[in-house]
Structures are given as C-alpha cells and as structure tokens.
Design a protein around this ligand. Structure first.
Ligand code: AMP
Ligand code: ZN
Length: 110
C-alpha cells in the first residue's frame, strides 16, 4: 500500500468512498465526479501505477477487473443500453490518479 495514494487509502478504508462492491482482490466505488449517469471505478487492491506497469503476474486481476465491469453494468442496469470500459494511461492518456483503475460509464439516454 502506498501511503499517499488515494485509491490505496480507499481500499484500506482510511478514506471514504461510495463502495458498491468489494472482494479480496478489488473494490468498486462511485466516481466522485461522474461523467455519465452511472460511473463506477473498478480498482485492484494491489497498487499498480498504470496499464504500462502490468505484468503477466497481473493477468488474473486485470481479467477480474473486466469481468467485474461487465457484472457491474448488469447490476446497475446499463448492460443492454450499453457502456464504456475505459483505462486512461499516463498523463497524455488522461490519467490523473496513478493507481490502476477501470472506468465503467453508462446509462445515457440515446
Ligand atoms: P483517471 O483520469 O482515469 O485517473 O480517473 C480518475 C478518476 O477518479 C476521476 O474520474 C475522478 O473523478 C475520480 N476520483 C478521484 N478521487 C476520487 C475519490 N476520492 N473517490 C471517487 N472517485 C475519485
Ligand atoms: Zn495505490
């Protein structure tokens, strides 16, 4: 755990978040500044900086993040209308929190 990482702090329950799902490997919470009617962040409990830093050892958790995104879409009722699963990678890719996370965005009326 990185002391100055907000997502490590949320995973450790040292910082508040609107948590919607959690298991031993990952935590899912509502984005504090949503860009869609449904905007969740799927976050591994292990601190990994970005997609650039994932290794073959992380295959299981990265896979679990995507499956959890699919499951969260179903649970929040946006699966049929459709959604985005998005990784921002490093500053040029729009990443501002340097702890790996998968955005799940959906629920637009269109
Ligand atoms: P990214 O640009 O991919 O790094 O996205 C980081 C996301 O984390 C942004 O959409 C922020 O609104 C969100 N965020 C930052 N701090 C918090 C927090 N404490 N709780 C929930 N979401 C957060
Ligand atoms: Zn972290």
């Amino acid at each position: 755990m990185e002391q100055d990482c907000i997502f490590c702090q949320i995973a450790a329950k040292n910082s508040p978040a609107s948590i919607v799902f959690e298991n031993e490997n990952l935590i899912v919470f509502k984005d504090i500044n949503p860009h869609a009617p449904v905007h969740l962040l799927i976050v591994p409990k292990k601190h990994i900086r970005s997609v650039n830093d994932i290794t073959p050892e992380d295959s299981a958790i990265v896979s679990e993040m995507i499956f959890t995104g699919k499951e969260m879409a179903k649970q929040t009722g946006v699966n049929e209308s459709g959604y985005n699963l998005l990784f921002n990678v490093e500053r040029g890719g729009g990443q501002v929190i340097f702890h790996l996370h998968l955005h799940m965005l959906g629920g637009w009326k269109r």
